[in-house]
Design a protein. Structure first.
Lengths: 304, 304, 304, 304
């Protein structure tokens, strides 16, 4: 077993020295105020306990990281029927996302781009009794922590400014790939993205993906095969237009969010979560990417 | 002077024999009920009076024909400032309209495609005191007819089903090319499209475009140069993806709508309006296209 | 009749004062050497003789202007069968020309963009016995001038650097919309573009388009209807991504080339040719555009 | 250790029963003649020897599988300078490949799509003394087998019909991302694709990718880090528009070719090669995909 404690400390000390810490996302006004110097790492291993450093216990907005959790619940609810409404291939260029949706007749390329995640949100709205409360409970259950909550101000902030998501949802609706009203689906979606969690809570919640679908409360949520599907999707599509770069540099399935969080995992081995709110040009956490690259390099633990 | 009366009659008799009258637009539910056998023509000449045949006096939904009238009022209100927010070039392919808007950073290609017309609607909402009433009055003034009105059921029908327009408006908003709330602009836009007029009322309202900007009430609304701009736009962009075909076959500036209307004009000569609700595959009135082609062929009066 | 002589002189004197004369095209090395101060205008009227000013008698590379002449000959040879292989609609954005060709399965949008002109060249190569010589003779016949010739250095220069045209031709070939070998078609095409003519020779050659298909030697080359088709195409597609602008500002069907020439015409009235090698950002002659705008404004003679 | 022998036999017996064996690629005429009933599997493990079944010892055209080998040699020759000319991200949709290349200014998305592989071929042509012979020797060296050779008829067949590749190469040239003449680069590229190998030879040649860059002759060709890059690329981009599907169903880095071959590997564990010339709709070997999915399912050995 690598000396995880020492490795995390070294990585942390090295990373916080970086002069250029990236830029905090400003398109969601509420997120623009976050202090760029925050930086935390949390590692949850399969057999050897947990390790952490820095701001691993501060809450932050999980944003797109929630897409993996929502996808898991949608699969738990309706199984492979999910794939009738969204495919599983990388989407290529981000700037023509709506173009691709038009060309492909309203079937999003994968559930981790916004259009695809909105379809997943629609599935949850259709299949949950109290969608927002039920999804929150799902995440709380995965992390075994009832203090997890939505940040209503962030959800509201995005509702007021998220025109591209309204455009995508209406386009999906025009192709009949949205069953519920646009406003209802996006209200759910903006809340889903506005969940606040700490690094350690995220490591706990994602543990299921490294453990064949069994969560930390020992409940089997999805099958082995379904987990494999989600992990494959995170590897090929989890990092916007930087998925190829992440697959190479880090070599782990994972998901990032514009709040600056990244969760990555090695099946049967560990889950690691980083949080540093400064983003690189592709929208992924700058220090987080550096830390994860160092982690898999120094521990020699990656899928490749 | 050609024998307009005889020519219109011949064209009319010929056209109504057509077995394939096209298909009535069904995407706006309220429009789906219109009888496909309606067919009217109205010609208003510069010096020689008016001529008409068939259902020229029945009201129909002018739909996209309204875009030319809204553009005229926007130009009358803010002049060339219009061109800061929309360009004047043909848009090519209809199926990637949102794609084009994404690539060109939210500046629609021209004011006669939907995205461009929504920008024009936004300008009117910003510059009119009571936008819907004022625009209606503007059209009534052009046609000198206060009986012209909105069909609220049609406007509402489109509001409920016009997801692509909501997608476009939100995309414009994300590029900061929409100053008013999406719902307000689209409410105006759907009303604008839901005006009902007869062939003869449309010939009257469009007379200004053939008369250097002076309407039938002898008021100078826009300048000579501004009219030329609008006519050039109608010629190059007035018929969806069939502008080139119309320019060739008919050879007149004009504008069509999915309600089955077409207005075309020859500067200093005439305005001609046709209405037949069956559409061809490109979304233009099938009998209307045939009738106009025959008209310019038989009268030898076109711009080419 | 307007005082054409005085008008041309005024326009000429005004235009040559322009400090910014545009930039001479440099992508074809042989064309980069042309002196940017060249400027000529030639007007050929229907009934009132010809008028000219400046460098109207100097030869220049006609480049894309040749596309209208090649199209005319293709139509003369095989008639409407031309339209099985190329459509007649504006192409919208220039930067995704190959994209559009891919999406539309190898059928170019119109015969005046490069891909479409290459298809026309293929038709001529298939239907002429000695394609290069025969086409040259055709142009000589239209202008009644046997001194017109190819500039071999320019044709060769483009053959060595015209990679985008090779890309387009191979893409057409992959869609089976090119019957002859790529090299043979492009050799013809590069020669076609490398014809050198003066303003007055071009006015003579294009006279047919303003005269119902009858050339200055009084031969009927194409029908009235076929001329109308070509004029409509020149109006909607003759100026790259500035067709809408030209339709408005000048209001005449016409065709420009990167050699700095522009030919425009008013049916039954006149042909006017300008040459000034400095181009604007859209690739059209800067002084030529200005001169033609002035011409139709001052003479009040345009199609709108 | 799983009972590889039994597993391969079961998979083989199951797969050959399939009534729909896919369709043999016909766009390269020489490949159209291959018998669709061919089917072979070869497994080369790290510590436990090799296993094989069926037509594992028949030669077939490796086609796009060669892209991984060419990339390895390019990296061996010029290192990370490769990434100045091609990026590492999935390309999304295949049908707008040229479009993407236009939009991204001639920098292909990754070295495993055709445009990217042509850039790699250009690098090899620039950096090898006798490109075709040297590359052949490189592959022979990796597999330790001097009988490996080009099939000249296949190379020639593609040269005559590969118009899309000529289009891509010329487009690259127009963006100055091709240093050598188009014909020379494509001659090399068509030969590279026309190498013939057996399943067992391919397993040997790809062993390096599962062994940290050290080939079966114990020579370190590329570094550990460089291997990781290539494996990440094969996982995210190795299967045309089916990379996401393969990552999920098989869960191994790999590369397929239209000749019907697929090579996949698990670092430090094994290389497995299948050959069945019938392709599915996405262009990947139908039986090969099925066999590999069964293999990783039954052995529980994949990266996820």
């Amino acid at each position: 077993m690598p000396d995880y404690k020492a490795i995390l400390n070294t990585i942390y000390q090295e990373a916080i020295k970086a002069k250029d810490k990236g830029i905090v996302a400003s398109y969601i006004p509420e997120l623009a105020h976050v202090d760029v110097t925050n930086f935390g790492i949390h590692l949850k291993t399969y057999n050897h306990g947990s390790f952490s450093v820095g701001d691993f216990n501060k809450k932050f907005s999980i944003q797109s990281i929630s897409k993996a959790l929502a996808l898991a619940e949608a699969i738990e609810l309706i199984g492979d029927a999910v794939w009738n409404r969204v495919t599983v291939e990388p989407s290529g260029h981000p700037f023509n996302q709506l173009a691709l949706l038009e060309i492909e007749n309203g079937i999003p390329r994968n559930p981790l781009i916004n259009a695809g995640a909105i379809v997943i949100a629609d599935i949850l709205v259709s299949n949950l009794k109290n969608p927002k409360q039920d999804f929150l409970n799902y995440v709380r259950g995965l992390a075994n922590d009832n203090t997890i909550n939505y940040n209503k101000a962030v959800a509201n902030s995005e509702k007021i400014t998220g025109y591209k998501n309204f455009a995508a949802a209406n386009l999906l609706k025009s192709f009949k790939n949205l069953n519920n009203p646009v406003d209802e689906v996006l209200d759910f979606y903006f809340h889903q993205c506005a969940i606040e969690m700490t690094c350690s809570q995220l490591s706990d919640a994602f543990f299921m993906f490294s453990n064949n679908g069994i969560c930390i409360q020992n409940k089997q949520h999805i099958t082995d095969r379904q987990v494999k599907r989600i992990n494959a999707l995170m590897l090929t599509c989890g990092f916007y237009d930087e998925a190829g770069e992440f697959a190479f540099k880090v070599g782990l399935p994972g998901k990032s969010g514009v709040g600056g969080g990244i969760v990555a995992l090695l099946p049967d081995k560990f889950v690691i979560t980083t949080w540093a709110p400064g983003l690189n040009k592709k929208g992924n956490s700058k220090l987080g990417m550096l830390a994860l690259e160092q982690f898999t390099t120094q521990t020699k633990q990656s899928i490749f």
